[in-house]
Design a protein around this ligand. Structure first.
Ligand code: DAH
Length: 360
């Protein structure tokens, strides 16, 4: 009986000594196992409790519990000391220089073509234009017929069209255009009809969007590109309004000294029609692949809205006139930055795209 009590006291002393000697948290953990674990020394002593006289058991049991909690709290405070020492060592070892400048966070930005399109939106907004969008998958009716381009008209060759296939015809090995005339729009001009039908005059809208053509790709042509269409319909609009507006836009984008010229052009949906050129800013007018060595780059087609198109939009041409233009923001971006090849825009090469961080 007295043996057990002494053994408990000895265990307590033994634990204190070994704890003091322990030099790491791992060592303390091992010690805890050895003293208090399932097959540890304290458990061993408790097993002897069954063989002591019944009247001594309660006080011995109490003594054993006291020793257990004394050892546990000694372990706890030893661990706190050791971890504190570990922490001090780590703080020294892993010290960081809080005064060092931070690494800049890399934030993405817009593609240069989108930046230009946003600039156009701002510019035209100042002239009272609103923005509307039309579908990229169009019908031949909107893309051609309603724009005064009849089915077999030779001018359709101007727009090499990507047709949506008739359902099932591809699987059957005989692809043919969809019977309902579904195509990918070749220009944003069909949105003119949608705008005229949806809005009340006076109409002043720009219509940005993606267009598609079955076209050989070169330095200034992609098979996929953007346009920003413009349309004004009112009772008293003239070619002079159109010219003044476009020259102002060119100056705003390229500076007051930009060289511009209007050339006669042909489009079935305008009469008269013009092409609007900017003195090539890639080569300064000397001639380069981007301007096909002409020194000029055409950035848009324009003209007075053809009476047939006004009628298709629901207006009486004797009462209303209008002007329209279709801008090429890809080319306009090439001019803005002196980029010599339109294919770079679709190349998805970050070394190219990240050179234009101003677009937010
Ligand atoms: N849709 C024409 C094209 O893609 C561009 C164009 C020319 C649009 C004259 C117009 C316009 O609105 O009046 O080539």
């Amino acid at each position: 009986m007295t043996n057990l009590r002494r053994d408990l006291e000895d265990l307590h002393d033994h634990a204190r000594e070994r704890l003091d000697a322990a030099s790491s948290a791992d060592e303390v953990d091992a010690l805890r196992q050895d003293l208090l674990g399932r097959s540890g020394k304290l458990t061993g002593l408790l097993r002897q409790l069954g063989s002591v006289p019944a009247e001594d058991r309660p006080s011995l049991g109490q003594a054993a519990n006291d020793v257990r909690s004394a050892i546990e709290s000694a372990i706890g405070s030893r661990l706190v000391d050791l971890r504190g020492a570990d922490l001090d060592a780590r703080l020294v070892e892993e010290a960081i220089d809080m005064s060092a400048p931070g690494r800049p966070v890399r934030v993405g930005h817009l593609h240069p073509v989108l930046t230009l399109m946003r600039d156009l939106r701002e510019l035209f907004h100042a002239y009272g234009f609103e923005v509307i969008e039309g579908p990229e998958v169009e019908t031949e009716e909107y893309n051609f017929e309603l724009l005064n381009i009849p089915p077999d008209h030779p001018s359709r060759d101007l727009w090499d069209t990507l047709y949506v296939a008739e359902p099932g015809s591809v699987e059957a090995g005989e692809p043919r255009p969809a019977a309902d005339g579904t195509i990918l729009r070749t220009h944003t001009s069909p949105v003119q009809i949608r705008a005229m039908r949806a809005l009340e005059p006076p109409i002043r809208v720009i219509m940005p969007g993606r267009c598609f053509r079955y076209e050989a790709v070169d330095a200034s042509h992609g098979f996929e590109f953007f346009q920003v269409e413009g349309l004004v319909v009112d009772r008293d609009t003239t070619m002079a309004d159109l010219k003044g507006l476009l020259e102002e836009v060119a100056r705003a984008l390229y500076g007051r000294d930009v060289r511009t010229r209007f050339r006669p052009g042909y489009y079935p949906f305008t009469e008269p029609s013009v092409a609007f050129d900017i003195g090539c800013l890639v080569c300064g007018g000397e001639g380069c692949p981007a301007c096909k060595r002409s020194g000029w780059m055409t950035i848009l087609g324009a003209g007075m809205v053809h009476p047939e198109v006004l009628r298709a939009g629901g207006y009486d041409p004797d009462e209303f006139q209008g002007y329209a233009f279709g801008m090429g923001p890809d080319r306009m971006t090439m001019l803005r930055h002196g980029i010599g090849d339109i294919r770079l825009f679709f190349g998805a090469d970050l070394r190219f795209a990240t050179q234009f961080p101003e677009g937010r």
